[in-house]
Design a binder for this molecule. Structure first.
Ligand SMILES: [Zn+2]
Length: 208
């Protein structure tokens, strides 16, 4: 019986990696494997297959600590008995890896943002997605970035995640000590353009 297409593609990709990129980065992998990781930056991005931080920032293995979830959302700090996978990754990055910066990167055509704007939480109350994207209800929708409602929400969602990061006590501590920076970013996909946000939440294109 032949392997399914998806599996053949994964194996082909792995073999290409092993015979190409891995060969040139063998020493890096070997050192990282024995000495551990020490990334300077954490990137919180969407799970969307079209906006991959390691591609966009052309990073080496070990260079960025990445959290990807639906719509690059950071939930507010909640000290309860629930499972908080995203918060656990953030805690690990800040308290244990001691990253110098956390970058929250949104992207164009985000399905999670669409779900939020379309009222998915009300339509599908038992859905994990609906409850998750409803975190965006606290985003500042008065802030206009000069685009469509979807574009504005994609950017305001990034800013909402940054505000929520500040609700974590260990992040407050790191910010007060000057040990951590927070920054918003946005990837256009269609044109391959990257925007960075300044401290006032205004986004501007990064030069190439
Ligand atoms: Zn997305």
């Amino acid at each position: 019986m032949s392997e399914p297409k998806w599996k053949r593609e994964l194996i082909h990709g792995y073999q290409t990696f092993r015979n190409g990129l891995y060969k040139t980065q063998k020493k890096i992998y070997s050192e990282l494997g024995s000495k551990g990781q020490q990334p300077n930056v954490m990137i919180i991005a969407c799970s969307d297959s079209r906006a991959d931080p390691s591609d966009i920032f052309d990073t080496y293995p070990g260079e960025i600590f990445v959290l990807r979830n639906v719509a690059n959302i950071v939930p507010p700090y909640e000290a309860d008995d629930s499972y908080h996978g995203s918060s656990a990754a953030i805690e690990f990055a800040v308290n244990h890896l001691k990253v110098k910066a956390i970058v929250v990167m949104g992207h164009a055509d985000c399905g999670g943002i669409k779900a939020h704007l379309g009222g998915y939480a009300q339509q599908e109350p038992s859905s994990f997605i609906g409850k998750w994207v409803d975190i965006l209800a606290t985003a500042n929708t008065d802030k206009c970035h000069g685009g469509t409602a979807q574009f504005d929400m994609e950017l305001n969602g990034v800013l909402n995640s940054i505000e929520n990061l500040k609700t974590f006590p260990f992040i407050k501590t790191a910010l007060d000590a000057g040990d951590l920076d927070l920054m918003g970013a946005y990837f256009s996909i269609e044109h391959g353009k990257l925007l960075f946000a300044d401290e006032d939440g205004e986004f501007a294109e990064v030069g190439v």
